[in-house]
Each structure stands twice: as structure tokens, then as C-alpha cells.
Design a protein around this ligand. Structure first.
Ligand SMILES: Nc1ncnc2c1ncn2[C@@H]1O[C@H](COP(=O)(O)OP(=O)(O)OP(=O)(O)O)[C@@H](O)[C@H]1O
Ligand SMILES: [Mg+2]
Length: 266
């Protein structure tokens, strides 16, 4: 029986959380990867999920926009809500959900299409722009927000896959932003990038903060300390401790958190 999650007062929300998870379990076949995890995600902050490899960070993150639905043997239990609505309700439109809760992956994965089309694709299928001028505006705004417009404005018809890794990742962030999401999930978005490209993504995350609820999985504790205001530490499928980032890093309350932060395992 794992110890109960240590939850710091500052992350207990007075008014409603953007997303809540309650007693979430995830199984792959017989094997349990996430064990009774409950957490609230606030729209005003960047929340970091940290913990050693295999502790269930990616699995749990994927529950927030039902990406685990795409894995045959994955089974999700418990309850996850977006604005108080159960996202696993059979009536939930999953395509719509994934527009509201966007995702950016570890390896940049632009479509093999032009830069323009990478951004326009989502807004088009969601009917967000009727005229060409409206679409042009969405493309420009999304690329501007992602800090990419000046670099690509003269080559919008070039392939998204022909850009540098860091540019591709910003393109993927622009693509997520284009459909006006409320939440952006990022699973180790910098792990394939060099330090300069990483710094640009971290700045971008900071710029986006406040406009979207952002949840980022990272292996890198310095990165969590730099970009997040909330940190959740996972170990062996359990959420061990959740609190303000500074408190988690300077004054953790659970022994397992302290051991991990001080490099005793992981
Ligand atoms: N598609 C899958 N099928 C079967 N088991 C899986 C699958 N994905 C993950 N697992 C298992 O679930 C557990 C949690 O994996 P997960 O990828 O969520 O961990 P993680 O914390 O993101 O690790 P990392 O830091 O290495 O990315 C691991 O034991 C892993 O082997
Ligand atoms: Mg992972």
C-alpha cells in the first residue's frame, strides 16, 4: 500500500481547477502503470511532472486528452474532468477534446506538408476559418505566438519537415495553438533538442503561461525548476508529492521526493 500523496496547501485550489484527475489507474494488460493518482491542474500555471524513467509520467499525461485510447491494451480507470465535465463520458467528442487539450510530443512530428498547411490543417477541420484571409491570420498569429513567424514568413510553402529540430518543435507548438486550445500537454518537448533550441522552447513556454494551462513532462529537474510553478513527483506509478515548484525543490516533505531531488536514485 503506497503512502498517500503529500499535497502542499498552495496547490489546493479555492476555485475550480481547469482539469482534475481522481483515482486514476492505467493498466497495460495486467501491468499497472499508474496507481490511483489524483491531481488538480490550474490554468494559470505551468505544471511539471517529474520522476524516474518508467514511473508513468507519459502514461498519466496521455490520460488528459485520451491519447491512451489509441493504445489497444491500455485501460484507464478513475475520473478525469475538464471544466467539471467527465472527458471519458461516451458522449465526449474525442476530436473536439484533443483540440481543447492539445499535445506536443518528445520528437517533433510536423506533417509532411508545407509550413502553412501544418498550421491550417487543424483550424480547417474544426471550421475555425471560412475565408482565406481568416486562415492567413490564424497562421500568422499562431506562428507569431510560437516565436517562429519572422523565421518562416517568407517560406510558408516549404515543407515543415525541412526545418531544424528546434524550429519543428516550435511549429508543432504553433500547430497546437492554432485550434485555440485551453490546455497544452508537452511530453519532454526538449529532449531531442540542443541547449539553444531548448532555451527557446523554455522561453516560449514562459510566454504562453497564463494563456493556457500547460503540463510538461520532463526528465530534467533544472528545466522543471526553470519553467514550472507547480511540480508533481511520480514514482512507481504513484503521485508521491505535489506542490509549488520552489517548495518541492528546496523543501520536499516526502522521503522519496527528497531522495530523488538530491540524486539518490533515478
Ligand atoms: N504502450 C505500452 N504498452 C505496454 N506498456 C507500456 C506502454 N507504454 C508504457 N508502458 C509501461 O508503463 C510504465 C510507465 O511508462 P511511461 O512511458 O508512462 O513512463 P515515463 O515515466 O514516461 O518514463 P520515461 O521517463 O522513460 O519516458 C512502464 O513500465 C512502461 O514499460
Ligand atoms: Mg515518458
Amino acid at each position: 500500500m503506497p503512502d498517500a500523496t503529500v499535497v502542499h496547501d498552495e496547490v489546493v485550489m479555492a476555485d475550480g481547477a481547469k482539469m482534475t484527475a481522481r483515482d486514476v489507474d492505467v493498466f497495460y494488460g495486467e501491468k499497472q502503470a499508474v496507481d490511483k493518482v489524483s491531481i488538480d491542474v490550474d490554468s494559470h500555471y505551468v505544471t511539471a511532472f517529474i520522476g524516474p524513467s518508467g514511473c508513468g509520467k507519459s502514461t498519466f499525461l496521455r490520460c488528459f486528452n485520451r491519447m491512451n485510447d489509441t493504445i489497444d491494451i491500455a485501460r484507464v480507470g478513475g475520473r478525469i474532468e475538464l471544466d467539471g465535465k467527465d472527458i471519458y463520458d461516451p458522449k465526449m467528442d474525442v476530436v473536439q477534446l484533443r483540440a481543447r487539450v492539445g499535445m506536443v510530443f518528445q520528437k517533433p512530428n510536423p506533417f509532411p506538408k508545407s509550413i502553412y498547411e501544418n498550421i491550417a490543417y487543424g483550424p480547417r477541420i474544426h471550421g475555425l476559418a471560412s475565408a482565406k484571409a481568416d486562415m492567413d491570420e490564424i497562421v500568422e498569429r499562431s506562428l507569431t505566438r510560437a516565436g517562429l513567424w519572422n523565421e518562416v514568413k517568407d517560406r510558408l510553402d516549404e515543407s515543415g519537415t525541412a526545418m531544424s529540430g528546434g524550429q519543428q518543435q516550435r511549429l508543432c507548438i504553433a500547430r497546437a495553438i492554432a485550434v485555440d486550445p485551453e490546455v497544452i500537454l508537452m511530453d519532454e518537448p526538449c529532449s531531442a533538442l540542443d541547449p539553444i533550441a531548448t532555451a527557446r522552447i523554455e522561453e516560449l513556454i514562459d510566454d504562453l503561461r497564463g494563456n493556457y494551462a500547460i503540463v510538461i513532462v520532463t526528465h530534467n529537474m533544472q528545466q522543471a525548476a526553470r519553467v514550472s510553478q507547480r511540480t508533481a513527483f511520480f514514482h512507481l506509478g504513484n503521485l508521491v508529492e505535489y506542490g509549488g515548484t520552489e517548495a518541492i525543490f528546496t523543501n520536499p516533505r516526502a522521503d522519496r521526493t527528497r531522495d530523488y531531488i538530491t540524486g539518490r536514485f533515478g
